[in-house]
Design a protein around this ligand. Structure first.
Ligand code: AMP
Ligand code: MG
Length: 494
């Protein structure tokens, strides 16, 4: 099999990765294949969605044109620095250029141990692979920058994990790159300034080509990542997404969501929401995500200090610090825009810091006090504009209190007649009906892992691919978890 690869990482960054290949597998079979994505990439869906394609996407067969490699990176994990992580169980198979000219990594996760496996088996199991598949597709459909799944392949192996043997699997995923904050941290920690500079140049050319000629490329990259991540986290917050493991090795330079492990969506609004079993201190709780992203950007800034154009280190640190501090206003402005759209307000209808607006402050206090379903609330709010406030009021433990806030909000959205209908429609285009709710995702993944039955998963995937369109008969999929579900715990995808 031949794939139209154009491998810039392999060609331009020699010495910064390990050329490698996937482990052989007994019986590769396609479980899910993303034909729409394959087509968008300019790949031949029929050729790939085949037994041969399954072997290639499991990493067991190297297609012509590929230059598979394991990327090395470091990272701050839960605040502590690990000087060498790297792709322990993943391969960059190659890059493809889509018909619009955009470059994409084709990356395999679970394709066997690499030189950076640190004693791990290099494998992945089906449940977490399908979880990443589903989450990435859901996020993409919600308009959130993300890696996407091209395929999930079972390998025919049984992999021993905590709960006993599980079907082995590989996720083939696509991202605008797999460069991480941790990629730069790796070379910075080793004092390899040349490699660091090479990576900065490469990252800028790839993700911000219009800034590649900047006088201070490292500073320019810091600004770019800061702004991309400020936007990304605001979008996460707008849908109640909790990444769960925002280590710097899972933080991209591109501003895409990467590495779906113990991530989950929040049902009832509570900023302290945490699902991950390993996040005992709640470091990566919903409400902490903006602050953690800024912390991660500070680690990026530290890595870049040696490259900054400055008289001395003191000046370089000051430059970098100012850029990291600018994350806060930047994030607030992004959040103001996201929340303003969700609330159907005019552009600029919220202050640059939405928390200073009593309407916003009171809303979030109320949502929390009254255990209100986050997604359901925003979706039902639009109906108020067309005359029906009962559905949104019903979400509050005390519908009177909810109703009083809704009346204040209605007075603020100063539209009537046709304008109100249009405004409601605009809100419905940004407030999803369907999100990957934990009580739906979990049984779907369990059925897939236990019996290779992907029926429930496919139903869910179909809804999540059009999250704003109401489907008759599917009302139950829009409901919060039943009271007997939970407390819900997620596990890292190992
Ligand atoms: P993750 O939690 O998936 O972001 O992984 C953190 C790091 O551990 C990454 O560098 C992975 O490549 C590595 N890793 C996770 N699971 C395995 C495994 N089973 N074998 C080898 N490396 C692994
Ligand atoms: Mg990771």
């Amino acid at each position: 099999m031949r794939l139209p690869f154009d491998n810039s990482y392999a060609a331009e960054l020699k010495g910064l990765y390990a050329p490698w290949r996937g482990a052989p597998v007994p019986d590769p079979r396609m479980v899910l294949f993303n034909g729409e994505l394959a087509e968008a990439l300019g790949l031949d869906p029929q050729a790939l969605n085949s037994p041969r394609g399954a072997a290639v996407l499991a990493g067991a067969e190297v297609p012509e044109g590929a230059a598979p490699l394991a990327q090395v990176y470091a990272g701050h994990q839960f605040g502590g620095f690990s000087p060498q992580l790297g792709d322990g169980r993943a391969l960059l198979l190659g890059e493809v250029i889509d018909p619009t000219g955009a470059r994409w990594d084709l990356h395999l996760k679970g394709s066997g141990p690499t030189p950076f496996a640190r004693g791990g088996d290099g494998k992945a199991v089906l449940g977490p692979v399908l979880r990443e598949y589903l989450m990435g597709e859901a996020m993409h459909a919600l308009g959130i920058p993300t890696s996407r799944a091209l395929a999930a392949v079972v390998t025919g192996e049984r992999i021993v994990r905590d709960g006993g043997p599980k079907p082995g699997a590989v996720l083939a995923r696509v991202a605008s790159s797999h460069l991480r904050v941790g990629t730069l941290e790796f070379f910075a920690a080793r004092g390899q300034r040349e490699h660091l500079a090479q990576l900065v140049d490469y990252a800028l050319r790839r993700h911000a080509p219009d800034r590649a000629e900047a006088d201070d490329p490292a500073l320019e990259l810091l600004r770019f990542v800061r702004d991309a991540q400020a936007r990304l986290v605001a979008l996460w917050m707008g849908v109640g997404f909790i990444h769960g493991v925002m280590n710097t090795d899972n933080t991209t330079l591109s501003g895409e969501t990467l590495d779906y492990g113990p991530c989950a969506f929040m049902d009832r609004y509570d900023p302290a929401t945490v699902f991950s079993s390993i996040d005992r201190g709640g470091r990566y709780a919903y409400g902490n995500q903006p602050g953690i992203m800024q912390w991660n950007l500070a680690r990026l800034a530290e890595a870049l200090v040696p490259l900054l154009v400055a008289r001395d280190t003191t000046e370089a640190v000051a430059l970098a610090t100012a850029e990291v501090e600018a994350f806060e206003p930047r994030y607030r402005a992004e959040w103001s825009a996201v929340l303003g759209r969700k609330l159907g307000l005019d552009e600029g209808g919220l202050p640059a810091d939405p928390d200073t607006d009593p309407l916003v402050r009171d809303l979030f206090a109320l949502l929390r006090e009254q255990d209100v379903d986050f997604t359901g609330f925003f979706r039902r709010l639009s109906a108020v504009l067309t005359g029906d406030s009962a559905p949104v009021r019903a979400l509050f433990d005390d519908p009177e209190a909810g109703g009083a806030w809704v009346d204040r909000w209605r007075a603020r959205v100063d539209v009537a007649g046709e304008g109100a209908v249009e405004r409601a429609a605009a809100m419905d285009r940004v407030n999803p009906i369907y999100i990957p709710r934990n009580h739906l995702v979990e049984p779907a993944l369990q059925a897939a892992e236990a019996e290779l039955d992907i029926g429930a998963l496919e139903t869910l995937l179909a809804l999540l691919r059009e999250p704003y369109r109401r489907r008759p008969g599917m009302e139950g999929f829009a409901e919060p978890a039943p009271p007997d579900f939970g407390p819900y715990v997620t596990y890292c995808g190992t």
